[in-house]
Ligand binder design. Structure first.
Ligand code: IVH
Length: 675
């Protein structure tokens, strides 16, 4: 073994502590302190030293999170303090009973209030982590509550779990309990990748977390985006044991664990109901699944007096939310045709209450998805609705398949215009080849054209577009400008006043901008940002129309596929005559002067965060883009500036850490005025 020079030893300790701090900031506090590249460099330096002086490499080194040798099986471990489960409550009445039972048992007058800790009930896998003298020595699943499985190698790969406790003061022996879960983003990303590579996706984030922890090869677990939140303590040997649940959670936070952001200490039963309402509203926005709330009597002495019944404590209860997965029946599958001709199978379901709303439809994505699920019409299916994602069918319950269940046949002809449906090699979607001849594509194109971010024709909603097309009043967007009052008022449910309003807003919408107009045309893959870049680069519509694929490719962010779609669109004589007719009807915009001077923010990426009070976010984005800036959703080392309004959080913190210029809304307005 080589002797370690003192300066190397010192740098090693410094690197280790720095990496642990950055790790904690990133994975526990969600508040990155340095760019990823910087972190990777520090890790490289640490690994180089460990390679030369292997005796330095301790089990809690940040380099030791990549997983080790695969196991043959998991060994069993005993929980010295049993891991209990919770009783459930599904209504306010059951909550009132819970509160009353406790008060009766401890002889508390019903008018007096108890203090409760309220926490989201995370939908993952329970885990026990044992720290001896501050070092993580064992991680285990709950199992049956008394005997679990040893998953130490796997938990060590989870970055929000400290390999050693932070600080110098900690109990001799500490068993931390919590939930390991996969955040929704990570889950969606993982499933997308799995589908792309032909692997089986996970049904939901809880299964994904459980499946990832059940890997005998911890190197696989290391690649899964798992997190852990601490919510209680099992064994504890040491001084100064906190005297309440809340104080204990605070202590766990100080020792380096992730504690849920939404925990709250409240007094009295009414506050529990209030917390339920607040969290129910937040549920869809969270980036992880929760299936309810856990309420716990805060005081440990009271907890001890209350004790347990069977396998659940008397001092805690889980108030459940409506489930995010339910069983129902697949009644039929309809095929919808979108703006670009994509034919999407939509499942018609027996209505079912799931994730807080009644769901009657779910997407089946495409033919591959139907095959993968192996689902038939008439099947019992499991529907999942979580967050703001559209409801999905995650599984067909094949055991319950009724006799006469019908296989789903993907149509060869468009259900709207009967043109053939084709699927391009390598693409998942099948498309109707009817183009604007297809009524469905026409309707969707008009809806898009009229939408707020496009031509913004107030009052021209989806239903009205359907009625206009179905009654043969319009065949393309250009016909909007030919609409006459007499014809409009003949439409069902169309009063004189609304007809006049519609014509007025069509008139008003004629004053637009080049990027908005380009976006309105609904060219495939040309979203708002691409339309803006095209406008900035070419300046006039005629130049965009005339651009060759090569010229388009020179534009930043325009790849070969987008370039192809743009060229195809403007080579189509029908499209060109529609554009011409629109222009002749008086739709106009200012061309963009392309001298460098007019695009002073070209090449810069800006980020908007927090609330903007004077301008709307959309307006600020428009203005910045008009000057050539790109507006991105997340902060990175490449960000030029961040505009932060009240309520700005992690993006602002990251910008500060990366030393990026930060502007208030006020200074942005002044800045734009001076450009
Ligand atoms: S406390 C005796 N707190 O729910 C107390 N559990 O049905 C036991 N869970 O197995 C657990 N979030 O996996 C507690 N904030 C939270 C929780 C939580 C999720 C899970 C846990 C447990 C199950 C109980």
């Amino acid at each position: 073994m080589l002797n370690i020079p003192e300066d190397v030893h010192q740098s090693y300790l410094r690197l280790k502590s720095e990496l642990n701090q950055h790790n904690h900031a990133y994975y526990v506090l969600d508040d990155p302190s340095i760019p990823d590249s910087h972190y990777d460099r520090l890790m490289g330096e640490l690994q180089a030293i460990e390679q030369q002086y292997s005796q330095l490499r301790t089990p809690d080194s940040p380099s030791q999170r990549v997983g080790g040798m695969a196991l043959d099986s998991f060994s069993q471990v005993r929980h010295e303090v049993p891991m209990l489960s919770l009783d459930n409550a599904f209504s306010d009445e059951e909550m009132i009973d819970f509160d009353r039972r406790i008060k009766d048992r401890i002889n508390l007058d019903s008018s007096q209030n108890l203090i409760y800790a309220c926490e989201p009930k995370l939908d993952g896998v329970a885990v026990s982590l044992i720290y001896q003298k501050g070092m993580l020595v064992r991680g285990a699943t709950r199992g049956d509550g008394s005997i679990g499985e040893d998953i130490t190698a796997n938990v060590r790969t989870i970055k929000s779990i400290p390999l050693s406790l932070h600080g110098d003061i900690f109990p001799e022996l500490l068993e931390v309990r919590g939930e390991i879960y996969m955040p929704r983003d990570g889950f969606n990303h993982f499933n997308k990748k799995a589908l792309e590579s032909g692997d089986k996706p996970f049904v939901n984030p809880r299964n994904a977390a459980a499946g990832s922890l059940r890997q005998l090869d911890s190197k696989i677990t290391a690649t899964r985006p798992l997190e852990m939140c601490a919510y209680s303590v099992g064994q504890y040997q040491g001084d100064q044991k906190p005297d309440s649940h809340f104080a204990m959670l605070n202590m766990l936070g100080t020792l380096g664990f992730k504690i849920n952001q939404h925990i709250k200490q409240v007094e009295g039963i009414e506050a529990l109901e209030e917390y339920y309402q607040q969290l129910a509203k937040l549920r869809d926005e969270l980036d992880y699944d929760i299936d309810g709330i856990v309420y716990k009597v805060n005081d440990f002495k009271l907890q001890q007096r209350l004790g347990f019944v069977a396998k659940a404590p008397r001092w805690a209860i889980a108030r459940k939310f409506p489930a995010q997965e339910e069983m129902t029946r697949l009644l039929d599958v309809e095929f919808q045709v979108g703006r670009t001709g994509a034919v999407t199978p939509v499942a018609r379901l027996e209505p079912v209450f799931v994730g807080g709303v009644t769901v009657g439809n779910a997407t089946l994505h495409n033919a591959d998805e139907i095959n993968r699920l192996g689902v038939c019409i008439g099947d019992t299916v499991i529907v999942r609705r979580a967050g703001d994602v559209i409801p999905q069918i995650v599984k067909a319950v094949v055991e319950k398949r009724p006799e006469g269940a019908q296989p789903i046949v993907f149509p060869e002809r468009c259900p709207v215009c009967q043109s053939s449906v084709k699927r391009i090699e390598g693409e998942a979607v099948a498309r109707c080849t009817g183009g604007l001849f297809c009524g469905a594509q026409t309707k969707e194109a008009i809806k898009h054209y009229a939408s707020r971010k496009a031509m913004d024709i107030d009052g021209l909603g989806d239903k009205l577009v359907d009625a206009l097309v179905d009654n043969d009043l319009i065949y393309s967007v250009a016909d909007l400008y030919e609409l006459k009052l007499e014809k409009l008022i003949n439409l069902e449910r169309m009063a004189q006043k609304s007809a006049e309003n519609l014509l007025n807003s069509i008139e008003t919408s004629k004053q637009t901008t080049l990027p908005k107009f380009l976006f309105s045309l609904g060219i495939r893959e040309v979203g708002e940002a691409t339309a803006q870049t095209l406008a900035n680069n070419f300046g006039t519509l005629d130049k965009v129309i005339a651009a060759s694929a090569e010229q388009l490719l020179e534009v930043e962010d325009v790849g070969p596929i987008v370039a192809r779609h743009i060229v195809d669109f403007f080579r189509n004589p029908d499209n060109l005559s529609i554009v011409e007719a629109i222009r002749n009807s008086g739709v106009q915009w200012k061309d963009i002067d392309q001298t460098a001077q007019s695009l002073p923010l070209k090449g810069q990426t800006w980020v908007l965060t927090g609330t903007l009070a004077v301008m709307s976010r959309a307006e600020a984005k428009d203005r910045l883009q008009q000057f050539g800036a790109k507006v991105a959703g997340s902060v990175s080392a490449k960000t030029h500036a961040v505009v932060a309004g009240p309520g700005a959080g992690s993006k602002l913190n990251k910008a500060q850490a990366l030393d990026i210029q930060i502007l208030t809304e006020e200074s942005l307005i002044a800045f734009l005025e001076n450009l």
